[in-house]
Design a protein around this ligand. Sequence first.
Ligand code: DAH
Length: 357
Amino acid sequence: MTDIAALTRELFAQLDAACDEAAVEQVRLNALGKKGSVSELLKGMGAMSPKERQTFGPLIHGLKQSISDAIAAKKDLLAEATLNARLLAERVDVTLPSRPEQRGRIHPIMQVFEEVQTIFADMGFSIAEGPDVEDDFHNFTALNFPPKHPARDMHDTFFFEEKEDGSRMLLRTHTSPVQVRTMLSEKPPIRIVAPGRTYRCDSDQTHTPMFHQIEGLVIENGVHMGHLKGVLMEFIRAFFELDDIDVRLRPHHFPFTEPSAEMDVRCDRSGGALKIGTGADWLEILGCGMVHPNVLRACGMDPDVHQGFAFGMGIDRLAMLKYGIPDLRDMFTSDVRWLKHYGFEPMVQPNLATGLS
Ligand code: DAH
């Protein structure tokens, strides 16, 4: 007959030595598994005499109970220890400050787009868009560029291959075709700005083959050059964040406006640096005018009923002027050092109440 006291000591010693859940499970199998030592004892009870059973029965059942309880208790203990270790290892210190430096930057062009749109949105303009790949009608014909007119060449247009019908698609040379699309699809009153990419075959310090413009169009009863000048002056003041900035309208020619003008801002070039707002020089900022009757007609409007004004300006140039960027080509080299220097904090939305930049 097995020495129950010795078996008890041995099983408890095994359990004491078990230091993980797998080892405890092994002790359980050794004692209580199908062929475990305690299970064997229980099975052996059938062959005992009633007297033996009276003596050993309680001892064997007692051992079964005590080793089962001890195993369960040890399992609980180990599970708790594992959980505590995990909690400690995966602890998050919520009192740590957020990451000190954000790596990304907003490109100055995107920043200026945001600023310009914010200003015009505040004046009640909505945003319109058009495709980069345009046809001749929207980019030229409807805008009163006569066929074969040299102005078409002046734009250094990128043309696509001729189609079977002889027509050629092109990369829009300005955002003015969005005027046409808007007039064709909406009823007056119209008050839109159209930001976007534009393309001309040209490259030097102040020109890149792809650049950015924003176009403005207002068609409303009774609007005249005075409104145009007022809107643009308000825009220039808000954009350059200067209360006092001198501007002038200088007569110019665009096929799609009559009369046409360019707007200059006063600036100071003495001392090497360019200063906007005051000084003895003038700097051209944008083109504008009253929408030409031929353009209104091409867009299905009666010039005797409807009139309006339009303007267009280069975003890249505005960015260079406002943020002192000397070479336009650097804007498109994707140099992270350049972007770190000239870029803007992400998550800071330009707004008129707390400042644009
Ligand atoms: N589309 C002209 C350009 O690319 C800019 C422009 C001038 C737009 C006068 C206008 C405007 O709407 O009225 O040079």
